[in-house]
Design a protein around this ligand. Sequence first.
Ligand SMILES: Cc1cc2nc3c(=O)[nH]c(=O)nc-3n(C[C@H](O)[C@H](O)[C@H](O)COP(=O)(O)O)c2cc1C
Length: 190
Amino acid sequence: MFNDTSSATALLATRRSGKPRDMVAPGPDEAQLGHILATAIRTPDHGKLAPWRIVVIDQDRRAAFADLLRAAYLAQKPTASAKELEAADQFAYQAPTLVVVLSAPVLGKIELWEQELSAGAVCMNLLAATHAAGFVGGWLTTWAAYSDMVRDALGGGPDDRIAGFMFIGTPSRPLDERPRPTLDSVVTRW
Ligand SMILES: Cc1cc2nc3c(=O)[nH]c(=O)nc-3n(C[C@H](O)[C@H](O)[C@H](O)COP(=O)(O)O)c2cc1C
């Protein structure tokens, strides 16, 4: 069983992301999303800098987001085929809820790497909160996360990076397991 919400430990042990392209309604309502986001930012953060930003792209902004992705893709690849541009549309419209997490470091005393790790932790916490709320989440980057044009349009500054496009919804088909590493392959004793 995936995403067993009967206890915190069961949920963490069975957590499984969904595929954003397979996500359908319902997604979280306003109150549920607020709770998910508040949980997401309860995240370790060296120096109390809150070096991340969250941008919610509501349904009524998905067409504008699709336009942005198309423009950014064409800027990178002016010879893009219609099929490639349709993939950008598919990305923009999938899943009922879309939240973008940006790493927004405060350059200075705390290492950049640590601040970027904290942004990753926000993404992970957001996933866990999403699953705890009875939905599934999916963390994608793709080329769009590395596009300065996309980052800038979302309000990011030159030192900011897109940590993830976080899609949230209800799976339209059963989730399946993905290969996981064995403990032995990643854990050593020193
Ligand atoms: C930073 C990051 C970016 C990712 N980007 C993609 C992506 O663009 N496309 C994709 O298919 N999976 C991507 N993944 C993988 C999925 O989000 C996810 O890790 C995988 O489906 C297993 O998730 P689970 O352990 O939550 O079940 C990414 C994962 C991370 C951590």
